[in-house]
Design a protein around this ligand. Sequence first.
Ligand code: OOG
Length: 259
Amino acid sequence: MNDATGLVERWAQLLDDAATGRKPVAGPTELADVPLADAYAVQRAVVRRRLDRGDRIAGFKLGFTSVAKMRQMGVHDLIHGWLTEGMRVADGGTADTAALLHPRIEPEVAFLLGAPLGAGADNSDPLGAVAGVAPAVEIIDSRYAGFSFTLAEVVADNASSAGFAVGAWRPAAGVVLDNLGVLLEVDGRVAQTGTTAAILGHPLRSLAAAARLAAQAGTTLPAGSVILAGAATAAVPLLPGHHVRASIEGLGAVEVTAA
Ligand code: OOG
């Protein structure tokens, strides 16, 4: 787009500063009602700043694929954002929350691409492009005060992406994903329960949506990309010391400890 008013670069800088300086942006902002194309342009410029500091793209995430998330955040459209290697936490590893504003964590289904999806790829059989599936957690951290935003604002903020951890991959072939129990435990206590059916009715719809949105954005998700299908439940606060375990029936579990 033609950033004649400087909106894209101004907001990319403000959101990047909010993340790196741990200073939330108070809303409503100038971005509140901008067209989504402009919000995605800000998102690209935000991610570009991370890449310019040496980070690398790890994958793609979908947001607001479940009613639980839409209700929690008051936002009702499917969005996407980018995951970077700097956000990756090892299974069983420690998530550093000291650099975050008000982190939350949510259980997800992750796909590992074995073949590209998106622009220039054959998107007719998204599952055929998948090498593995795994339970995952996403750490989200809105750069807006009070975790409060409009659709355009959260798009510009890279869909609140802050971290992710993925459990052991298993081959996607033959895995039935449509109605698996999802459990999120914090310090051994049940924090959220749900089902993979909450994710657009079936997590494979998220995968197809990822392929479509990437194609629309003119980007290709290469083999090796992690795709997070969107949370199956509402997110819960992630505080230092918390030990979080997300398990998905038949797929196993992933664990992280917050420092
Ligand atoms: C935005 C991210 C939404 C999901 O899984 O639905 C999301 C947010 O809730 O701050 O990641």
